[in-house]
Design a protein around this ligand. Structure first.
Ligand code: EPU
Length: 442
């Protein structure tokens, strides 16, 4: 079987979409489940490749993990008996490094390989390793094997750690590491992403003692975590934005269900400013529609509650359909413009532009290196009619954007790399087809 989509564009997409569970909550909840006594039930888990890969990985550690219904997962780690993460499976999924937390709690010593996953920027885990060390974990990296060896004291970790710059998964792994034990941990300058709040909710519902005060998190270790009721994975804010852009960019209308508005508030604000139609029915349901020609709007990505980095590839496609020049400035990740050359193949007018920043070390969320040349901003000139092309997906969010672009374009496009989209979007092909979109996986 090929790993591509054939997309026939030029049609207005219309209908309803029910948003699936959030990948970036589900993956962490699956890993955190390995900290629990007894089994854990997770509901609204998206059926995506990343979830399958993670379940393979934890089964290889000896734990039981399986879907019992379409979106319901049961995890039982009572017989987990290995403390070394499988290199092959781990290389396919970036969150594999988060297994430090349950493995250290179970075995006090573990071996975890350098993480894989989407190639957006260098994506080091230096802040995470530094945090673990400061809180009492001994960590050594063996560049020969590519494995970290970590060791933790019987009593668990303790102390205070301040992130130099916030890290989403970094905050989550340190929360997981602190949840069990006999001590107190304080984390400062943590990530404010709503996915982090969901992890805290999941753990607190099961006996953890975690308090969040702005970007400061206080954790009192508890002796055990036991699930009292199944945990519902919240809806995926990135999927919601993808379908909203799909609606407006194809000049159609799509009603999105099961999306708490606060998750996409900044996107909605920007879309309205750019002339997109937004009608909010209640706190969970929104209609996105095209009603007037779009105008350009500059975007600067930032951690929550700002305009999320994962939304900018979608926004770029939308801006090819807007009148005027718009600038997208990526502050969170380096190298998150893998889609630019692909969009150009469809006829989009995009160029990288240098943007002077007074203090790049503080301004960017990645570890800025003055010796390196970065391309952090693009200028899109619209409105441009798009035409068909042969495209290559290079990372997950860029992948969804290329499909939107091919649906906007006239003619038939081939988009290679379908499995990258399937890493993070549940039933993407089917959902687009239900809106009238001509997408077929081959
Ligand atoms: N960073 C470092 N060192 C670290 C940690 C982070 O330099 O030790 C850098 C990163 O390379 C990045 C910036 O700091 O440039 C922010 O990284 P962060 O750690 O906050 O992001 P992440 O945890 O790696 C998660 C999501 C991303 C999402 C970002 C922002 C998961 C599995 N991934 O990444 O989601 O874009 O937070 O909210 O939760 C996706 O779903 O496709 C995706 C990339």
């Amino acid at each position: 079987m090929e790993d591509a989509y054939i997309v026939k564009g030029g049609k207005k997409l219309k209908g309803n979409v029910v948003i699936s569970g959030a990948k970036n909550v589900a993956l962490k909840a699956i890993i955190a489940s390995l900290l629990f006594e007894g089994y854990v039930i997770l509901e609204n888990v998206p059926r995506i490749n990343d979830v399958d890969e993670l379940m393979n990985l934890i089964r290889a550690l000896g734990a039981k993990a399986a879907f019992s219904e379409k979106n319901k997962v049961k995890i039982d780690s009572s017989i987990m008996d290995k403390n070394k993460v499988d290199l092959l499976h781990a290389s396919k999924i970036r969150v594999s490094f988060m297994l430090f937390a349950p493995l250290l709690h179970r075995f006090k010593k573990c071996y975890v390989p350098n993480p894989g996953g989407c190639r957006i920027g260098a994506r080091p885990i230096d802040r995470i390793i530094e945090g673990m060390k400061q809180l009492g974990v001994k960590v050594n990296y063996n560049s020969g094997t590519g494995f970290y060896k970590a060791e933790m004291k019987e009593e668990g970790i303790k102390g205070e750690y301040t992130f130099g710059k916030p890290s989403h998964t970094g905050t989550e792994i340190l929360i997981m590491l602190s949840a069990l034990g006999k001590n107190k941990v304080i984390l400062n300058n943590t990530a404010l992403e709503p996915e982090v709040d969901e992890l805290i909710k999941f753990l607190n519902e099961s006996g953890a003692d975690i308090k969040k005060e702005g970007s400061r998190i206080l954790i009192k270790g508890v002796s055990k975590l036991v699930q009292k009721k199944p945990f519902q994975i919240m809806s995926d804010r990135n999927e919601a934005v993808t379908f909203a852009v799909l609606a407006v960019a194809t000049k159609g209308e799509v009603t999105i269900e099961k999306i708490p508005i606060f998750l996409i508030e900044e996107f909605i604000k920007c879309l309205k400013k750019a002339g997109g139609g937004v009608e909010i029915y209640n706190n969970q349901k929104v209609r996105f529609f095209y009603h007037e020609s779009l105008n350009s709007l500059n975007i600067e990505t930032s951690p929550h509650p700002g305009f999320m980095t994962d939304w900018q590839p979608n926004w770029a496609v939308l801006m090819t359909q807007a009148k005027g020049e718009s600038i997208i400035h990526e502050r969170v990740f380096e190298n998150r413009f893998s889609y630019v050359n692909e969009l150009k193949k469809l006829g989009a007018k995009i160029e990288f532009i240098p943007l002077g920043v007074a203090n790049p070390k503080d301004f960017y969320n990645f570890d800025y290196n003055p010796e390196k040349i970065y391309q952090q901003a693009i200028k899109i000139t619209g409105h441009t009619p798009l035409h068909n092309a042969a495209l290559q997906i290079k990372d997950l969010r860029a992948g969804a954007s290329l499909i939107i672009a091919a649906l906007v374009a006239t003619g038939e496009s081939v988009v290679q790399g379908a499995s990258i989209v399937e890493r993070g979007y549940e039933d993407f092909e089917k959902k687009v087809q239900l809106l009238g979109g001509k997408v077929k996986k081959i």
